[in-house]
Design a protein around this ligand. Structure first.
Ligand code: SF4
Ligand code: SF4
Length: 371
C-alpha cells in the first residue's frame, strides 16, 4: 500500500460523511498552485507559459490558507511551477499541516536538498518528486542533462532526514514499458513511499505537441506497464484508477473533486483546462457547467484525457461510496490485479526523441538567483 492507513482513514471518513449528508459534489484533493515560475522548462509542460509579470507572482500565505479552508478537501497537492521557489512555501506548508490536512509538495527536486531545512518531517507532509523515468528518459523529458542525478540525491536526502517521499511520473507516447518497469524497481529500491503515474495531458501551450497519448495508446502502454506487477511496487493512487488506466475499469471525470486554486483564482473547470476563474470555491461549484466536461460530454478537450486529476477523485468516490468499488478495491489490495497472459501486446513504441527544447534564459537566471 502506497498510502499510510491514517491518511486512508481520513479520506474514507470524509467521503462517507459527504455521502451520508447527500452531498453530490465535493472536493477530495485541492490543487494549490502558489506560483507558476519554474527552474526547468519541460517539453510537455503546460503550466509555465505566462508573461514574466505573472511568473514573478507569489501567492500570499493568507490567500493560500484561506483557499485551503474554504475548499475543505482533506488532501492538498501543491504543484506549480516549482513551489520551492516561493519564498514563503514553508509557511504555507506549516499552515496546512497545522490544519491536519495531508499535503503533497510537488517538486522537481533541483532545490530540495538545499531547502529541506525549511520543513519539519510530519505524517501530514510528503515531497512528491517529479521523476519521469530512468536517467535517460528523465533528463530528456526535462530537457536538461544531469537533473535526474540531482533529483535522486534530493530524494535520498529527504528520506534520510525522515520525510515522506513519493514520486510523480508523467508518461507520453514514446514510453517504453520495459524501461519504466525498471524505473519502478529503482524507485522502490530507493525507498520511496509510493509512486504516482499519469498519462500526460495534451496542453495546447506545451512546446512538444508530438508525444501526447491518445486514449487507446494510454491503455496499451499502462497494460504493458502494470500487468503482472512486482509485488514490491507501491503506488500512492487508488487501485481503481490504475485499473482505469489499463482499460479494466470505467471512470468518468469528476473535475470538482480536484479543484485548482492559483494566482488567478479558482480555475474552471479543472487543473488542465482554463475556461475562466471564480473568486470563491462555492462560485466555482455553482457556476461551472459540469455536464460540458468528461468523455461522455463529447467535449473534444476531454476525449483523450485519462489524467489523475478528474479521474482519481471518481475512483476514491467509488472506493468508499459504492459496494462494487469497495469490493474490487479490497480484492486488488489483498490479492493484486489478476495476472494476465492473454493480452496481445502492442508493438513496442518507436524510440523517438522530443524536439530540442532550450531553457529560456530567464528561467535559468531564476534558478541561479534562488541558490
Ligand atoms: S518541473 Fe517541468 S513540468 Fe514541472 S512545472 Fe517545471 S517545467 Fe513544468
Ligand atoms: S476529462 Fe480531463 S480535461 Fe476534461 S474536465 Fe476532466 S480532467 Fe479536465
Amino acid at each position: 500500500m502506497g498510502v499510510p492507513i491514517s491518511q486512508m482513514w481520513t479520506v474514507a471518513s470524509y467521503v462517507l460523511g459527504k455521502k451520508l449528508r447527500g452531498v453530490q459534489r465535493y472536493p477530495i484533493v485541492l490543487m494549490l498552485e502558489p506560483l507558476f515560475r519554474c527552474n526547468l522548462a519541460c517539453a510537455g509542460c503546460g503550466k509555465i507559459q505566462y508573461p514574466s509579470d505573472i511568473l514573478k507572482q507569489n501567492m500570499p500565505v493568507d490567500k493560500a490558507l484561506a483557499a485551503v479552508d474554504e475548499c475543505g478537501a482533506p488532501i492538498v497537492s501543491i504543484p506549480g511551477g516549482e513551489p520551492l521557489l516561493h519564498p514563503q512555501i514553508h509557511e504555507i506548508v506549516e499552515g496546512i499541516v497545522a490544519r491536519k490536512k495531508y499535503v503533497y509538495l510537488c517538486t522537481n527536486a533541483i532545490l530540495l536538498e538545499k531547502h529541506l531545512h525549511r520543513f519539519k518531517p510530519s505524517k501530514y507532509l510528503s515531497f512528491s518528486v517529479h521523476v519521469d523515468g530512468l536517467r535517460e528518459e528523465h533528463d530528456e523529458a526535462v530537457c536538461r542533462d544531469g537533473v535526474y542525478d540531482v533529483a535522486i540525491a534530493g530524494v535520498k536526502a529527504a528520506i534520510e532526514q525522515g520525510f515522506r517521499v513519493t514520486t510523480n511520473t508523467t508518461l507520453f507516447d514514446n514510453a517504453d514499458p520495459v524501461r519504466y518497469r525498471a524505473f519502478f524497481d529503482a524507485m522502490t529500491d530507493l525507498g520511496v513511499e509510493g509512486m504516482m503515474i499519469s498519462p500526460g495531458y495534451s496542453y495546447e501551450k506545451a512546446p512538444d505537441q508530438d508525444h501526447f497519448l491518445k486514449r487507446e495508446t494510454t491503455k496499451n502502454i499502462f497494460r504493458r506497464l502494470l500487468d503482472n506487477p512486482d509485488r514490491r511496487w507501491r503506488f500512492n493512487q487508488s487501485p481503481l484508477f490504475l485499473e482505469f488506466l489499463k482499460g479494466d475499469w470505467d471512470l468518468t471525470c469528476t473535475p470538482w473533486g480536484n479543484p485548482t486554486y492559483n494566482v488567478f483564482g479558482w480555475q474552471k473547470p479543472c487543473y488542465l483546462l482554463q475556461e475562466g476563474y471564480t473568486e470563491t470555491f462555492q462560485e466555482l461549484l455553482e457556476t461551472t457547467e459540469w455536464d460540458n466536461y468528461g468523455i461522455q460530454s463529447g467535449n473534444s478537450n476531454c476525449q483523450d484525457c485519462m489524467v489523475h486529476c478528474g479521474h482519481e477523485p471518481t475512483a476514491v468516490d467509488q472506493t468508499f461510496g459504492s459496494l462494487r468499488g469497495f469490493v474490487r478495491t479490497a480484492q486488488l489490495t489483498l490479492f493484486g490485479a489478476p495476472r494476465r497472459n492473454d493480452r496481445t501486446p502492442p508493438p513496442p513504441p518507436e524510440k523517438t526523441i522530443p524536439a530540442p527544447h532550450r531553457q529560456p534564459q530567464e528561467l535559468v537566471q531564476l534558478e541561479a538567483s534562488s541558490r
